[in-house]
Design a protein around this ligand. Structure first.
Ligand code: ZN
Length: 241
């Protein structure tokens, strides 16, 4: 704005006011990128009636230069605004990605139901002591081994389960459940919330069992018959057994 003052020093007060107003209107009306020189020259021509000598073509030229500077400043401000918006968007995108990976980590936070074991009967095999195909994965462990919740959830069954003996079923979400069978001791109750890795029971050989082991199922519902292959399931959730 300093150039404005210099440019108008020779003009009368009213002309200066008039020119400032007109210049402002021209600048505002024509936007930042239009050729301001022509507009300003026109404004200068129509306002020189009171002091034609005060506003030379040269000063009009200076004025257009000043307005161009002003337009440049406005353009810079607009550019800064666009950049700020882009930066904000980038931050939002990064945050969303970080939230997604945190959720993915949480989904993957599964653990083995027992620590030391050898793998017993696998999912889907037939056998003389099962009325149907084997619906889980057996982990052979000594009697009294700590059994852990493979993932956080809510206990929906904790008691006698027929062929499963003492068993526990945990609901992890609407379509993911785990079941633990042949237990000697139950340490949780129905309705109880459990955390991933929390001790929930001691292993045993109750129900239809030929020796101490943990029968472990991954299911789509709380009940028998909705089991999916546990080893593959656990692998998909980041746990190799
Ligand atoms: Zn089994």
């Amino acid at each position: 704005m300093t150039q404005h003052t210099t440019t108008f020093r020779g003009a009368s007060k009213s002309t200066r006011r008039s020119m400032r107003t007109r210049a402002a209107i021209v600048a505002a009306g024509m936007g930042a990128s239009v050729a301001l020189g022509a507009g300003v020259a026109l404004a200068a021509d129509t306002s020189t009636s009171t002091s034609s000598d005060a506003l030379s073509a040269a000063s009009a030229h200076s004025l257009s230069g000043a307005l161009r500077d002003q337009a440049g400043d406005q353009q810079k401000a607009a550019d800064a605004k666009v950049k700020a918006a882009a930066d904000a968007k980038e931050r939002a995108v990064k945050k969303a990605a970080s939230d997604r990976s945190k959720r993915a980590e949480l989904v993957k936070s599964w653990v083995k139901p027992v620590n030391k074991y050898s793998l017993g009967s696998t999912f889907g095999i037939g056998g003389s002591h099962w009325s149907h195909k084997h619906s889980g994965q057996d982990f052979v462990v000594p009697e009294g081994t700590s059994v852990k919740a493979a993932h956080g959830g809510t206990v929906v069954d904790a008691g006698w389960g027929g062929a499963y003996g003492n068993n526990i079923v945990i609901k992890h979400d609407g379509h993911t459940f785990t079941q633990y069978g042949h237990l000697s001791k139950l340490d949780v109750k129905v309705g109880q919330k459990v955390a991933t890795g929390q001790d929930i029971a001691k292993s045993g050989s109750t129900g239809n069992s030929t020796g101490p082991h943990l029968h472990f199922e991954t299911r789509k519902t709380a009940v028998y018959g909705s089991g999916v292959e546990p080893v593959k399931f656990m692998k998909a959730h980041g746990v190799g057994v």
